[in-house]
Write a protein that binds this ligand. Structure first.
Ligand SMILES: NC(=O)c1ccc[n+]([C@@H]2O[C@H](COP(=O)([O-])OP(=O)(O)OC[C@H]3O[C@@H](n4cnc5c(N)ncnc54)[C@H](OP(=O)(O)O)[C@@H]3O)[C@@H](O)[C@H]2O)c1
Length: 164
């Protein structure tokens, strides 16, 4: 099983602010998210599940929570820890960890690949994408996009692969 992370962060590493994204919607980032993750199951923290901006996979999702009776909508399965969620996915070709900060922190040491959208701006927020050891990863690709009518901020798609 390949473990991939996918996140969007600002230049000051913000990924969330009061349970919302810190920046106005970037439609091309949503499109990239669904293109990259297509056909794969997703793992998220309970707080990310609870956000209005919640993203999910059509083929299955795990929500990590310590609350044994936490009610979940159809298409979502409770997991008691990241390890528990990964155990459920062990026969999958690839699984995506989609946030938030707490879950990224736990998953980063296990990540084979990191898809990072860098939003070119400085934003206020209360959730970060953790620093990760750049020497452990190779930047495989980078695509840069300018602002346009639909995108108030320039952004870049970065793909890091772990150097084995
Ligand atoms: N920009 C992005 O790419 C992106 C992506 C996703 C989320 N976000 C943002 O990130 C923020 C949320 O991040 P967050 O760090 O606050 O929360 P989170 O990582 O989404 O969820 C944290 C919750 O996960 C559960 N949890 C964490 N570790 C666990 C463990 N070892 N065992 C069992 N359960 C565990 C706990 O749930 P219980 O409290 O229920 O036990 C904990 O409260 C939001 O602002 C959201 O918008 C941004």
């Amino acid at each position: 099983m390949r473990i991939s992370l996918i996140a969007a962060m600002s230049e000051n590493r913000m990924i969330g602010n009061k349970s919302r994204l810190p920046w106005p919607s970037l439609p091309n980032d949503w499109a990239n998210f669904f293109k990259v993750t297509e056909g794969c199951r997703m793992i998220m923290g309970r707080k990310s599940y609870d956000t209005p901006d919640r993203l999910s996979s059509k083929v299955g999702n795990f929500v990590i929570t310590r609350q044994a009776d936490f009610p979940l909508e159809e298409g979502f399965t409770r997991a008691s820890s990241l390890e528990d969620a990964l155990e459920h996915c062990k026969n999958d070709k690839e699984v995506f960890v989609i946030g938030g900060e707490e879950i990224f922190r736990q998953a980063l040491p296990l990540a084979d690949c990191i898809h990072l959208t860098l939003v070119h701006g400085i934003f206020e927020g209360d959730a970060h994408f953790p620093e990760f050891p750049k020497e452990d990863y190779e930047l495989k690709s980078r695509q840069d996009f300018p602002t346009d009518e639909q995108h108030a901020f320039a952004y870049s798609f970065l793909v890091y692969e772990r150097i084995s």
